[in-house]
Design a binder for this molecule. Sequence first.
Ligand code: SR1
Ligand code: MG
Length: 400
Amino acid sequence: MSQYTAFTEQDALAYVQEKSGLFTADEPLNCYEFGDGNLNMVFRISNHTGASVILKQALPYARCVGESWPLTLDRARIEAQALIAHSKVCPEHTVKVLDYNPDLALILLEDLGDMQILRGAQNQAKQFDLLGEHVADYLAKTAFYYSDFYLDAQEKKALVAQFINPELCQITEDLFFSDPYRKHERNNYPTQLQTLVSELWQDKALKAAVAQLKAKFLSCPQSLLHGDMHSGSIFVDAQQTKMIDPEFAFFGPIGFDLGSFIGNLLLNYCAQNGRIQNENERHTMQAHLLNTLHTTVSEFARQFTQLASQHTQDVNFQEPAYISAFIQSVIKDAVGYCATELIRRTIGLAHVADIDTIADESARLAVQQQTINLGRQLIKSADDIHDAQSLKAVLSSLLN
Ligand code: SR1
Ligand code: MG
């Protein structure tokens, strides 16, 4: 990494002009930095005809905290290689990598600028009818084709080694599972929530369930996960859905990605209680979010079952009863990870705009109480949930 230097807009423009092969040497280009994520710099470079690309650069620290939180540049490799791996099995829902430069921790990507980041769109109460089906398709294919159902054991172990991602995994281990369940300086919540948060810290059954989820996250390399499947990692429009940003990718429990995604749907569901004043409009948006959640889980299970029934290579894993039990356990895990997402986005370091941009303080506090309580109840209901139908039943009792 000796050549590494953090790019300015001018550097990004010059790099793309010289190296991408997409623009001529003398044409005028425009470049601006617009990254709003927690970790990286993201530049858009375009010419006067509107042709454009994205150049993403990892900084040697976490952008949202600053240089006091150093972070490996190897995450750019992980991200580029995970995108390439996921594109092999699901190109329709994975952003395209055009080039990767390890020395500068740069990834050149197709520009999806005509699409919108899901979180922003949902905060404007936009609905996407194909979202659940598309996310399920991506999750089922990426989970199946990088699992022991499909890969030969030697090949899988080599991939597990390739995607060892200890620093980024540690962020998740700390922010999802450790910090929110105890006093920690990284936690971030209003003092009005202290009573509720203290109750959560005393809840031994909850902490035991979270410990199990963390243990599985640490020691269960089921498949190559995206690793950060929140609504800010998904581009959408009416026809398409594309996943971006898998720098947290590693071999982990399949339910983690599914749980992160449905956790974000539920965060938005709760946030709409403080965002949309008109009752009909609010109910319409919330019904859409629950339908999307239901479609994602049921389609994921259907598609994974179909892939496993038709394409499993390992003789032991072809057994239908095993396939069915495996999927049930993935859904149970997903419910647990979904609950930890609800809790950590309310109490922990990294919040979501869905909630934080609710202008009215008491409305925002009510939403934060709802996400904490929902997470707490959901985690304890996970044992009763094994498919989309049982999840729907539990959610309708908890949300009404
Ligand atoms: C310091 S990173 C905080 C969060 O941003 C990422 O997108 C992950 O979700 C991480 O937990
Ligand atoms: Mg990200």
